[in-house]
Design a protein around this ligand. Structure first.
Ligand SMILES: [Zn+2]
Ligand SMILES: [Zn+2]
Length: 350
């Protein structure tokens, strides 16, 4: 990466500058409304011929373009004139470094990410933008795991929409032409009250990787919750147990305690059925809590360190999970996303 100080030369063009700013804001956990302006401006500029953008800069009419506001216009102008935009330089300084001090060897060992959302459900960006950013982060694979039908608040995908999405994933991969990266087909499927999974078995079978999570009735009593979770874990389609307690420890959605269940029984079932326990990297989740993480480690479970990204910049949250896994002394070979794609797929479709 070239120098990114204010006034240094910049030859990446305005779209790259706007995308990088949005990425850094998301990664720095800034409010999404701030990010939207820059992503919107990037999308507006993308199909325009270079000369047209330059002409708008010269004429001072950038903000007449739909989707381009004053701060985006400033960034575009500086980038077109070949200088690192001031806003970008400031953000590189503030948010450009590693997200954590620890876990960096493990972060380097991760080959991909098993849990991410697009704007098909409650994510903020299109599928292809998530894929491009995963490539820029050096991932070999990203599993797209939009929500299942029951989660209506998150625009969970019906069987019909998921079927359509599988075609889009094929098209994205075809467009990328290999490039050492594959967007994998997945789902974050709701674990229903009775332990069933909220999608048809036929569709689940067509996916590469399936994360299953509890999103409703988090306060059900511990025995019922244990039966519910173990029921799902026994389903041969299930690969990863997402954010097992559902707790929130910080953030704009407020906090909530984790659900109650017999963790030993649940983790023993995971170990027996080869289901990975997710280490959810989102700072507001930090799920599982440390005691449970250590219990899962001692129970012999596999793990998956996931970003659960709802925006491209959040794909870089993996560092938070890596730091926790390292502190817990988890062997990297027990973390399924250190595995090459073929090994991962063989495990997920055994
Ligand atoms: Zn979830
Ligand atoms: Zn999720």
């Amino acid at each position: 990466m070239s120098d990114r100080g204010a006034g240094d030369s910049w030859d990446g063009g305005p779209v790259a500058a706007l995308r990088r700013i949005a990425f850094l804001l998301e990664r720095g956990r800034e409010d999404t409304y701030k990010v939207k302006a820059f992503r919107g401006a990037a999308a507006a500029l993308l199909p325009m011929p270079e000369e047209q953008v330059e002409a708008a800069v010269e004429a001072g009419t950038l903000t007449d373009l739909p989707g381009v506001g004053a701060s985006s216009a400033r960034v575009i102008e500086e980038a077109v004139r070949g200088r690192v935009p001031e806003r970008l330089a400031r953000l590189e300084e503030e948010y450009g470094g590693p997200v954590t001090a620890g876990g960096q060897d493990l972060r380097a060992a991760l080959r991909g990410d098993l849990h991410s959302h697009s704007d098909w459900s409650d994510g903020g960006s299109p599928i292809e933008e998530m894929a491009f950013t995963a490539i820029e982060l050096g991932h070999e694979y990203l599993v797209l795991t939009d929500h299942s039908p029951r989660l209506k608040v998150a625009r969970g995908l019906s069987a019909e929409r998921l079927t359509r999405q599988l075609g889009v994933v094929d098209a994205v991969n075809e467009h990328l032409g290999g490039a050492g990266f594959t967007l994998l087909k997945g789902i974050e499927v709701d674990i229903l009250d009775d332990g069933g999974l909220d999608q048809t078995d036929e569709l689940l079978a067509r996916l590469d990787v399936r994360v299953a999570s509890v999103h409703s009735k988090l306060k059900m009593d511990a025995d019922a919750m244990t039966r519910r979770m173990v029921g799902a874990i026994r389903n041969p389609r299930m690969n990863v147990l997402g954010h097992c307690t559902g707790r929130l420890v910080t953030g704009n959605r407020g906090t909530r305690p984790g659900s109650q269940f017999d963790a030993r029984t649940v983790f023993e079932a995971c170990a027996e059925h080869d289901v990975a326990v997710e280490i959810n990297s989102r700072p507001e989740r930090r799920d599982p809590p440390t005691k449970l993480l250590e219990l899962a480690r001692d129970t012999g479970c596999l793990f998956s360190i996931d970003s659960d990204a709802h925006a491209p910049g959040q794909l870089d949250f993996l560092g938070y999970g890596c730091e926790r896994a390292e502190q817990a002394g988890i062997d990297p070979d027990r973390i399924v996303n250190t595995w090459p794609k073929d090994r991962l797929l063989a495990w997920a479709n055994r």
